[in-house]
Design a protein. Structure first.
Lengths: 181, 181, 181, 181, 181, 181
């Protein structure tokens, strides 16, 4: 009787086709944490492929280069062929649409995260409604872990094992050891 | 180098297989609103099939029977074969796992929603980690629409056209007209 | 050049006319607290007249009757002729519109209040856009005072002087003394 | 019986007089968005006059000069004589008091906004209790629109029509076209 | 030079004396969860003695009697002599003051908890400023665990081992087995 | 029956011993506000000694030197021998552990504070579980007072008496008078 919303039916050029669903997981990943690993792994169960979109902000000096971050992410997932890592440029929503993604994947740790993420998701859907934003609630045990806090703690000599994957921990120790001899 | 989390690889009996991904969308749907319609429609783009799990709480007297709610949901989606409607019984996480769902789908309207939903999602993942919870941010234009507020407004004579699908609006007018002559 | 929003110009039958602006301040006021007094007093500076809309919920057994609450509010404002007290019936937005109000006035004490109040305000504006909702932030010293908490504390023998106006305090002591001899 | 709060009665030199009520609406307006337009338009219905107080922060390099912003605001309201645009200097509360304003007008989009705004409102009332702060809840459809997000999206080539008034859109395209050829 | 706040100096009849500091930890504990255990254990490190104040609400039908709850709490702490369990009656703040407590101890799991707890804490300090309220942030791994959710999950057959102490788990299985044969 | 959590029993080298309990109260205190004074005073009632840990961030140019801030804090507490003031260096959790503290003391003013503070507290407990974090809810009347807002208001000529202790007010006037002749 009442017509369904038109976007529940057709799909444009592969978007939303069974077996081809792609999600984009954006972030700085400077460095990858166990929180990121959990979100990406959950994305690989929910979707057919995941592209990790590494933002490369020329104004901020990262701890690890884009190439280092890419290598660490690939290693942490044992080069899973369903996972790609790319540098994000331009508008995230357009970038995701151009790759045929059905979803932008974001982890949510706390209510404060949610409000910022909601604003971004609504803007992204305004720009390209065919790309949805999907929020995954963080695992309770890692809700306090963020890249910036991990870097701050590690730089001051705190033990961050368990908060980042083992390969990232090794890289972090090498990098910070160089800086703080 | 570092081993990936084991759950990113194998899948148990069809869970997470391409082309077979199923999401469960739980709620009371008493009645279906335009907010619900948007979430279900988005679920049908992200997943291969969606089961709407209608909770039937014997302690609460609903406005519409389970059969009426089922009919209204099916009508609103023009009997889309990828959409099923079932009565939820027992634990949601177990119910979803038993149907082979990869995800429980929930709309998020506001930060206050988020905190309650996060608690439920973390409990559900504790019970059955193979069923994830996926949050979709509400469309900004309908963030204030809920079934209970719609019923309250309609019962007091307010105009709720546009807040529910047309078939639900007709049913609501019929039901409330009977009650408040 | 660009046309202004049409509702910034004309006004319908006295709504928004200088010297005639009316605000409605809804609530249960069971009983009036110092927080309510502050909000109503501020409303009387911002608008020409204020109607206190006392909700009379037949399902809830109030501590004070509508007549008692009305008397206490009038007394607390020394029968200020710019303040009226009426029983609210039906939809608040329609009720306010019918009285020619330009605004519904609500105090905001905390972020949790805000989310519920935002939902109600957006629904009310959906129903009758000509009646706005205006939020006034609570005074910091009384942000923890609510009618229900005051009643609970007073019923258990706690001292609530200073949390309600003197006439309400006297009435509260009389009423609770009757109940808990 | 109980004396009313003294500030509900007298008013100092025109503050709060019928027909003369003035509200100040502060912000950067770099640039004006449809969210700002809605708040100012609602202010013009609630009060007799509105002064838009454009903050001119010498530390931040704006996209548009104070003069450009002023022109865009006046144009968007078709030079409504009840609307003035001025540069804000010094303390907002003192500035508003000196102009005889009864209220500072702020739009609230989300709970996160609210906490910051509540702090500022309580400080402003501490400084000058005769100037109140009035919050207007944002329209649900534009709750994700902010000047900074609009600039960021437009600079990356995203379509922001509908998020700003037409005259601002034209100016934005001209300005960013100059910058990103 | 400037005088310190007077309440930082003297203490009334043992309140705040070294070696005698007592905290009250209120709740329903129907039943005790691992979240409660963690908060009480942390209280025993921060204070010299802890009284668990079990609220006995005659309007709500608890799953376990006051005696059963008391036994389970004592058992979980191996009858630690520094821990007492008592039935709470009347106003919490007065009850705590009468026992010479310096603090009321509350776990905080989420921002939504915080707002309610802040209101109660400010009221309690208004009533008896000599009894402070101390919030302990929940351990991240158990932030989703509450007595009511544990009961709901267990009643529907979900596995709640690890969410309550072993003795409580045994009691819960016995009680719910009786009810749902 | 069930074993209690091991950390509720033994204590390591004086941590948690009656009569020796020490809390660390960290912050910038640039300058000390009445909100800080209240939290420190309450800490002195709950614990045997308090160390104020003044963070000295070399990237931020403070208004007052570490020595000036130290003097102002000591003066405000009349050189109470149970209060020490030290410069914080390195990781707060390690610094507190090294001094034998049982607790890190933080004031909470609003829900937005809470989320950031919860993240820091959970990280600090991950690093050194033997040092707890204790939150004290702010007094309602000063919930809007922060050092940065006080400085901003004072620099623009606003009256901040009552928001800082008298000795800090004098120092603030002297310092800002020098800057803004």
């Amino acid at each position: 009787m009442s017509a369904p919303p038109s976007d529940s039916r057709q799909s444009v050029s592969g978007l939303g086709e069974p077996g081809q669903r792609l999600a984009v997981c954006p972030g700085s990943f400077d460095p990858l944490t166990v929180g990121h690993v959990a979100i990406i792994a959950r994305g690989l169960r929910l979707f057919d492929r995941v592209i990790v979109a590494v933002s490369v902000n020329i104004r901020k000096q990262p701890l690890f280069s884009f190439e280092e971050r890419t290598t660490m992410i690939r290693e942490a997932f044992d080069n899973d062929p369903r996972l790609q890592v790319e540098a994000l440029s331009g508008l995230l929503a357009t970038w995701a649409r151009d790759r045929g993604a059905v979803a932008i994947l974001r982890g949510l740790r706390a209510a404060a995260d949610f409000e910022y993420e909601l604003q971004m998701a609504q803007m992204n859907r305004h720009l390209h409604p065919e790309v949805d934003t999907v929020f995954l609630p963080s695992d309770p045990g890692v809700s306090y872990v963020s890249s910036s806090l991990v870097k701050e703690v590690a730089a001051l000599g705190g033990d961050v094992r368990g908060l980042v994957p083992p390969n990232v921990h090794a890289a972090l120790m090498g990098r910070l050891g160089t800086r703080t001899p």
